[in-house]
Write a protein that binds this ligand. Structure first.
Ligand SMILES: Nc1ncnc2c1ncn2[C@@H]1O[C@H](COP(=O)(O)OP(=O)(O)OP(=O)(O)O)[C@@H](O)[C@H]1O
Ligand SMILES: [Mg+2]
Length: 362
């Protein structure tokens, strides 16, 4: 099992310098609002590709009035210790995030890091997932898919880049028809792949939740509806391209692409078409926790991957059922977990295996 042994921050967000040693099981950052708990989860999330849990700009990671940050983490996997250094790097006058593994930097190194670390992240907005905007639900799906399929983000980025490119071309009076058709072909290919991945994830949720809710003796019988008038299982590249071609005129006027997986929504139902959005806040939390449990179960037992769990402000709306559910997530899979909360007492249900860190804004 891979886990972070420690981290050392330098000029990152609100921290000048901070060094923490971790438990390979459960770690809780507690302290008052604004002390830097989420910043610590963010730092961990930056140890792999991407802009971290907040998808923020690199300049915002650097402590105010400083020029760069440099964070070092030690990660252990199968008894081998790896140094992961996350630093700022100036390339073509542009500030970038750079990750060094044992002081080496290359695309192989990046792949190695990707294979070493998988995150499963819970953000406070996930609690409101069923009543939030479709974007929140799509991001939730995409994050879960990415946890089992590292190539998925490249697919999403490729799709978004081509959708953007199409919008630019449509607004150009002298656009090149061949080029536009090529872009629409790219959109159709990647769009169908995204739909397939999302459908697989939806089926996985329903299948796993069915097993798991029996195991937890919860009342939920979950079904999931993909809300997207354009999508059906017979959609193919040809049909997709024809539809895009037909939408060109309207898309040019509205300045966007009307159809595709960036417009899908995923509606969860419990008990005979009763939408999850109608459940109480705490019941919605139960369902969200069940989804995390089902994904951990899938990653660990089917994909043989142990994710690192980053759970930001998970401690609200925890009655006995939800506390037991969270405990199961934390204890059952032998994964390293990081949680945040304003008060240590909120985590009194955790075992003695937990390290607590009182974070103060130094
Ligand atoms: N680049 C930066 N330089 C200095 N301070 C920063 C920087 N970026 C963010 N901060 C500050 O870091 C502080 C801690 O933020 P963080 O979101 O981690 O707090 P938190 O402990 O999670 O609080 P809450 O309990 O409210 O969620 C905030 O006051 C924020 O303004
Ligand atoms: Mg926070």
């Amino acid at each position: 099992m891979g886990y972070f042994k420690n981290i050392k921050l330098n000029c990152f967000r609100n921290f000048n310098e901070l060094q923490l040693e971790f438990s390979d099981k459960c770690n809780v950052f507690f302290g008052k609002n604004g002390c830097g708990k989420t910043n610590l989860l963010e730092e961990l999330s930056l140890c792999t590709k991407g802009r971290g849990i907040r998808k923020d700009k690199i300049t915002n990671f650097i402590k105010k009035d400083q020029n760069s940050f440099s964070n070092i983490a030690y990660f252990i996997n199968e008894n081998i210790e790896y140094q992961i250094k996350v630093i700022t790097d100036l390339k073509n006058k542009k500030l970038q995030k750079k990750i060094l593994l044992n002081n080496e930097f290359s695309s192989e190194v990046n792949k190695k890091i990707q294979s070493l670390i998988t995150y499963l992240i819970y953000l406070p907005e996930n609690e409101r997932m069923f009543i939030a905007s479709p974007t929140t639900r799509r991001n939730f799906f995409d994050h879960f898919i990415y946890s089992s399929n590292k190539k998925y983000n490249t697919l999403i980025n490729f799709y978004k880049k081509n959708v953007y490119e199409r919008n630019v071309i449509l607004n150009d009076i002298n656009f090149d028809e061949t080029w536009l058709t090529k872009i629409e072909e790219n959109i159709s290919n990647s769009g169908i792949e995204i739909y397939k991945n999302r459908k697989m994830q939806a089926d996985l949720f329903v299948k796993n939740l069915d097993n798991i809710s029996k195991y937890f003796n919860t009342k939920f019988k979950v079904t999931l509806e993909i809300n997207d008038p354009f999508y059906n299982e017979n959609l193919n590249i040809e049909k997709y391209m024809i539809s895009l071609r037909k939408c060109r005129a309207i898309d040019k006027i509205v300045g966007g692409t009307k159809i595709g997986p960036h417009k899908s929504d995923y509606i969860f139902f419990v008990d005979k078409n009763y939408p999850a959005s109608q459940l109480s806040t705490g019941q919605q939390k139960t369902l969200v926790l069940l989804l995390y449990f089902s994904q951990c179960n899938y990653l660990v037992n089917i994909c043989s991957k142990k994710p690192i769990l980053l759970l930001d402000e998970i401690s609200s709306h925890l009655d006995d059922t939800n506390t037991q559910l969270l405990l199961k997530i934390v204890n059952q899979f032998d994964m390293q977990v990081f949680m945040t909360g304003t008060n240590k007492d909120l985590f009194s249900f955790l075992s003695t295996n937990t390290n607590f860190y009182n974070i103060s804004n130094k």
